[in-house]
Design a protein around this ligand. Sequence first.
Ligand SMILES: NC(=O)c1ccc[n+]([C@@H]2O[C@H](COP(=O)([O-])OP(=O)(O)OC[C@H]3O[C@@H](n4cnc5c(N)ncnc54)[C@H](O)[C@@H]3O)[C@@H](O)[C@H]2O)c1
Length: 261
Amino acid sequence: MKLARFKDQVAVISGAANGIGKACALRFAQEGASVALLDVDADNSKTAAEECRAEGVEALAIITDVKDKAQVESAVKQVLETWGQLNVLVCSAGVYSGSPLESVDEEDWHNTVQTNLSGVFLCNQAVAEVMKAQGSGSIINISSMAGKTSFPATMEYSASKSGIIGLTRSVAMEMANYGVTANTICPGNTKTNMLQQVAEVVAPQEDMTPEAWLEMRSSDAPLGRFAEPWEIAGVAAFLASEDARYITGQAIEVDGGMVLS
Ligand SMILES: NC(=O)c1ccc[n+]([C@@H]2O[C@H](COP(=O)([O-])OP(=O)(O)OC[C@H]3O[C@@H](n4cnc5c(N)ncnc54)[C@H](O)[C@@H]3O)[C@@H](O)[C@H]2O)c1
C-alpha cells in the first residue's frame, strides 16, 4: 500500500539536489507533498525536481545558498506565493571539512559553520512565523553522529553538527506552544557524495587510499554496513507524520548503532 501522509502539504528541503536531501525530497513527493528543493547545485536540483514531479506532485527547484539570509527568505516567500502554506522543513544542506586542530584553516572553519549551522538557523528562522501562524509544522534538522560523539580531526564539522542539536532543542521549546515540532536526525555514514569526500580527506591522514578506507569503515557500525540515503529519509518522513506528533526536541541517531559502539 502506498502511503499518502503528506497529501495537500508542502515540504521544503535544503540540500535537496543530492544525497540525503534528495532522498527526503523524493520520499515526501512519493507520499503526496508538493516539494521545494533548495540547493546551490542548479543542475542536480533541476533533475531532482523532475524526479519529484514524476511522482505526480508539484516541485520547485529554487537555487538558494543557505548561508545567505536574503536568499533563504526569498525562497520561503516563493514557496508561500506558490502554495500558500509550508508544513515541513528538512535542513540537509551541508559540507564536510575536517583537519587536525592545529591545521584547521580559518576559512574552512567559517564556511563549514556558516553552511552547516548558520544555514540551519536561517532556514528555521525563515519558516518560524508561518508555522506559528498555521499552528502546525515539522522541522527536521540533519546533524550527524559527529554531533553526538567524538572523532579526531573533525573540529569544524563536529562543532557545527553539535550546534545543530542545541539549536533544534531551543527551537523545539520555543515552538511547542504553537503545535510545531523540531527534531534532529544524526545519521551515521551514509552512501552519498559527502561520504566519498570524507574518505578522500581522512584516508591520507591514515596512510590509506579512499577505497581501502571506505572498505574498512563499511563494517564499523554494529549493523555492519553504511546507510542508504532513503533510510534517513524514512525517519524524516516519520518525524513529519502524525505518528510523531508527540516527539519534539530529540536528536535521533540513525547510524546502525555506531554511537553505541
Ligand atoms: N553522508 C554521510 O555519511 C552523512 C553522515 C552524517 C550526516 N550527514 C549530513 O547529511 C546532510 C546531507 O549530506 P549528504 O551526505 O547528502 O551530502 P551531499 O554532498 O550528497 O549533499 C549535500 C547537499 O548540500 C548542498 N549544499 C552545500 N552547501 C550548500 C549551501 N551553502 N546552500 C545550499 N545547499 C548547499 C550540496 O549542493 C548538496 O546537494 C549534511 O548535513 C551532512 O552533514 C551526512
